[in-house]
Write a protein that binds this ligand. Sequence first.
Ligand code: HEC
Length: 149
Amino acid sequence: MKLKHLVLATLAPTLLVSGIAYAQFKKPEDAIKYRQSAFTVMANSFGKIGAVVKGEAPFNKDEVAKNAAVVATISSLPWQAFGPGTEGGNALPEVWSDNAKFKAASEKMQLAVANLNTAAQSGDQDAIKKAFGAAGATCKGCHDDFKKK
Ligand code: HEC
């Protein structure tokens, strides 16, 4: 096998996998719609946990665990839709001009919702409450700096 073919044969499956793992967008509006949808789905499950934490809904361990798993899974998705040239929506220009800070805030949030998920799977209500508060603070922190009011 020639080297060129070997490289192609090795590379092709990688490209295929990354094509599936990372969404690609034809137009900036598509990226904006994608990230807003991801946030909406995530916030829906996050809010259901919030209602339980605030005592507005009864504690059901399986429901909380399911919602926390959804939040943790979706939390990795919005960021790929903030690429160059996708300015707009309700995102402030600082997302792109101060991208390192934005990225750090997104990583902080993913860590916080992973902790929430761990607490939720254990069913420990005190731990869930604490982890929910910490996760919520990471949402607010980023929105204060990077999202239009
Ligand atoms: C690292 C920054 C960051 C973090 C962390 C973050 N968000 Fe956001 N969020 C944004 C930005 C920026 C937008 C605006 C996106 C747009 O309109 O293009 C947004 C938009 C939203 C929206 C509105 C979606 C729509 O339909 O317009 C909701 C709801 C939301 N976020 C919920 C959350 C929740 C819940 C969390 C925490 C679990 C969270 N976000 C964490 C940056 C963040």
